[in-house]
Design a protein around this ligand. Sequence first.
Ligand SMILES: [Zn+2]
Length: 294
Amino acid sequence: MSTAAALPLTGLIPSKVLAELDLGGATLTTVSDGSLVLPGSFIFDPMPKDELAEVLSPYDVSMDRLTPECNLALYRDGTNTVLFDVGSGPDFMPTAGSVQDSLDALGLSASDITHVLFTHAHPDHIWGLLDEFDEPVFSDATYMMGRREWDYWWDDSTVDTIGEARAAFAVGAKRRMEMIEDQIEFIDDGDEVLPGIVAVETAGHTPGHMSFEIRNGSQAALIAGDAIGNHHVAFRKPEWLSGSDQDLDMAAATRTQLFDRIMADNLHLIGFHLPNGGIGRVERHEGAYLFVQE
Ligand SMILES: [Zn+2]
């Protein structure tokens, strides 16, 4: 049973804006950056295949190919216009990198963004700092990233230690981080980074992955980035290891703790790769969880 009917929607929602939530007078929207095309093995590899088939059976999804949405959260409180991550840009995948069109649909341009808060430095989250001419896109914004995340990708040895499959991630992240080196503000777990926005370290997917809890009045939401990544499996089997995570065990522990927090604090959940705009509620279901869209 969807809870969407109980939520006040704020105004007309253009087609590229997939979901919107009124948060104590502020507006939390997701804007599409397109989608990714991934081999199923990227996520499913470590999972028990016989049980996985049963977990996937309610969905029209193949074990061979996944096409997760990329939804950037946009928070507007009347003073700040905050974008969480910047998307893929033109250089990662042809199916992604369209966030500027989605901002256009809202009547916003890149220069209207006052703050960019990064969850982590994977390509689909940070490569959008550069456009097709290698020019900076959100150049008027203040950038914030977890100190641990920054240090990991900044380290010159990461390209050699991360493994061949992700070496390009390290090169691509460093190139873009060098561009914002003089503007970055480092944040740590528990910091109130902007009024009502608190950083929550959720390491595992990457070494310094950061989520953000936004609280305004009696309403609160968690921007979870990729800490809760694949909706087909993560809700039903949060403890399963996922191939998309860098530290598989730590990511599974983080995911389980996040679900506890979401339930205990009655948070809306915003996930970067969750379906249909990525805003929803979490409900308990058959000993695990269910993502209920709003
Ligand atoms: Zn991602």
